[in-house]
Design a protein around this ligand. Structure first.
Ligand code: FBP
Length: 264
């Protein structure tokens, strides 16, 4: 890992990445309860909140909507992704070059790596190209480090998550986004395995305010440098309120209880 200026996607050493690539990764089903969020502008509006350091989207959304928000939102362009219609072994198509990401205003690029998939070797080779091209453009690289595939499936076991953060460090990511491994000690070990590389927690499906914030609190206590979150923010009726609370938990290191009380 070489030192890189990650300031466009980091505030006070922490990061809150608002992700909205779900229309590709999961399909319109994620918008069933919040159909108004099918309009990407609504989520870009949410991303103007001070707590958000950048918004992660795919190329088509960036091309169409980012021009109206480039003064207020930093762009993390996700350069690979695959739909839920794909039934094969875990893999992710490279949908955008780093050169094109830079051309349309990206402040950073994101890449999903499914370590453990039968396609891991090809994906790691694709990551090499993305990471080296990103260095040429001085763009930080965020790895969605999701060990998955035959024999692993959606695994959040502590040793798998530690391996996931380590893969990010070894392959040259600047930030690795991983699932929460279920407890603080396991998260602390995963952070340790990442050396100097930043680790952020992945949001997951929508839960109660307290459950969500207390998991974020535990991850931050364990040394995580923030959060990459989608559904737990924009599927909420009031995304601003949860972002106000997240701001306290992530940047001020307040407890979930204190953050909830302060934002009531
Ligand atoms: P969520 O907070 O909604 O889980 O979003 C984060 C994210 O990484 C998105 O970028 C991505 O679309 C989604 O999770 C993928 O989730 P999964 O692979 O677990 O289905």
């Amino acid at each position: 890992m070489i030192p890189i200026d990650d300031s466009p996607i980091v505030r006070d050493g922490k990061s809150l990445i608002l992700a909205m690539d779900h229309g590709l990764e999961h399909g319109p089903v994620d918008f069933k309860e919040v159909p108004e969020k099918l309009d990407p502008s609504t989520v870009f509006e949410t991303a103007t909140h001070d707590a958000v350091t950048c918004m992660a989207v795919q190329k088509g959304i960036a091309e169409g909507y980012y021009p109206s928000y480039e003064d207020d939102v930093n762009l993390l362009l996700k350069v690979n992704g695959t739909s839920n219609l794909w039934m094969g072994e875990y893999d992710s198509a490279v949908n955008c070059s780093v050169d094109y990401a830079a051309e349309i205003g990206a402040d950073a690029v994101g890449f999903t790596l499914y370590g453990g998939s039968n396609h891991e070797v090809e994906m790691a080779e694709e990551f090499r190209d993305v990471q080296e091209d990103a260095r040429k453009h001085d763009l930080p690289v965020v790895m969605w480090s999701y060990p998955r595939g035959q024999g692993l499936k959606n695994d959040t076991k502590p040793e798998v998550i530690s391996y996931a953060t380590r893969l990010g460090l070894e392959l040259g990511a600047d930030i690795a986004k991983v699932k929460y491994p279920g407890n603080k000690d396991a998260m602390a070990h995963a952070v340790k395995c990442a050396g100097d590389m930043k680790v952020v927690m992945s949001g997951g499906s929508k839960t109660s305010d307290y459950d969500f914030l207390s998991t974020v609190e535990a991850a931050v206590d364990a040394g995580a440098k923030g959060l990459a979150v989608g559904r737990n923010v924009w599927q909420r009726e009031d995304p601003t309120r949860i972002l106000d609370a997240l701001e306290l938990v992530i940047y001020e290191e307040e407890t979930a209880d204190a953050a909830l009380e302060a934002t009531e």
